[in-house]
Design a protein around this ligand. Structure first.
Ligand code: NAD
Length: 288
């Protein structure tokens, strides 16, 4: 297939490279010359504008920083410029309302579009092991699925327009909460005289077990290799966790509900992000 890829940063670079490896002709556009140079080295054709990149394609994939940019790029450079039978996929993490608005604008112009945010970081993007949560019609999902499969290990249909973003922010709100809870439990165990490895051996097979503990332990030297073993570098930046918690709080407000633990997690990450925004989000253990 001919696929336009817009936004080849930390995540998009590896994702586009996996589309090339799967045999697709990838037409890349990014505002950054450095990103475009990397895309070229990875086998993509590069274009000076998004409008040129989407000419004659079968599909458009975007991986952009936020909803404002996604809305601008799709409304001004994709809709009305890509062929009308191209399937449009936005994989960025953005707010549910914007995802729905952009999908409606695309549908009004005759395009099928899905929101398809991902779980998994930069390593999963380059390794092709992302999980995609997809919002859109059955038909749009069926058309997006083969393209997304070339970049991930799981592609799950979450529901109609915006449902992928809703799943993503609910998941990441839960992740922020259980990471902080895990950090508190390990810190308290140590203060009470327990060896962290011993606490891990007990809790990882007891009812406190969770992903932050057993796949991404915030204590160095405990559990499988994680950013804690690398000085909290790499992994999922605190700034991105804070971004997702802010999106979650906006969504909760629009849904008319209170999320006391989500709100508290957002406040704690907001405080920790001052001076630590580049560190992996498990580094919040340092603040306890
Ligand atoms: P990034 O900042 O590394 O990449 C974004 C890219 O978009 C940059 O190369 C930038 O130049 C480009 N860009 C910005 N405006 C543009 C425009 N108008 N037209 C074309 N290109 C433009 O960010 P990232 O870490 O790759 O994240 C991308 C998205 O993926 C975000 O929505 C983020 O929340 C989400 N995400 C990131 C991770 C992660 O671990 N990094 C994990 C899951 C989801």
């Amino acid at each position: 297939m001919k696929i336009a890829f817009i936004g080849l940063g930390n995540m998009g670079a590896g994702m586009a490279a996996n589309l090339v490896k799967a045999g697709h002709n990838v037409r890349a556009f990014d505002l950054s010359e450095v990103a475009l140079g990397q895309a070229k080295a990875n086998g993509c054709d590069t274009f000076p504008t998004a409008k040129e990149a989407v000419q004659g394609v079968d599909a458009v994939v975007s991986m952009l920083p936020n909803g404002g940019i996604v809305s601008r790029v799709f409304r001004s450079d994709v809709i009305g410029h890509a062929p009308q039978d191209a399937i449009l996929m936005d994989c960025s993490t953005i707010d549910v309302a914007t995802a729905r608005d952009v999908e409606k604008a695309a549908a009004d112009a005759g395009y099928a579009m899905v929101d398809a945010p991902v779980s998994g970081g930069i390593a999963a993007a380059s390794g092709g092991t992302l999980t995609f949560m997809v919002g859109g019609s059955d038909d749009a999902f069926a058309r997006a699925e083969p393209v997304l499969s070339a970049m991930g290990k799981a592609v799950i249909h979450a529901g109609g327009a915006g449902a992928g973003q809703a799943a993503k922010i609910c998941n990441n709100m839960l992740l922020g909460i259980h990471m902080i809870g895990t950090c508190e439990a390990f810190t308290m165990a140590q203060k009470l005289g327990l060896d962290p490895q011993t606490f891990y051996d007990i809790s990882s097979v007891s009812s406190g077990q969770n992903w932050s503990m057993t796949s991404y332990c915030p204590v160095p030297g405990v559990g499988p290799q994680s950013p804690a073993d690398n000085g909290y570098k790499g992994g999922f930046a605190t700034a991105l966790m804070l971004k997702d918690l802010k999106l979650a709080m906006e969504a909760a407000e629009s849904a008319g509900m209170e999320t006391p633990l989500g709100a508290h997690a957002k406040a704690l990450y907001e405080e920790f992000a001052e001076g630590h925004s580049d560190l992996d989000f498990s580094a919040i253990i340092k603040s306890l």
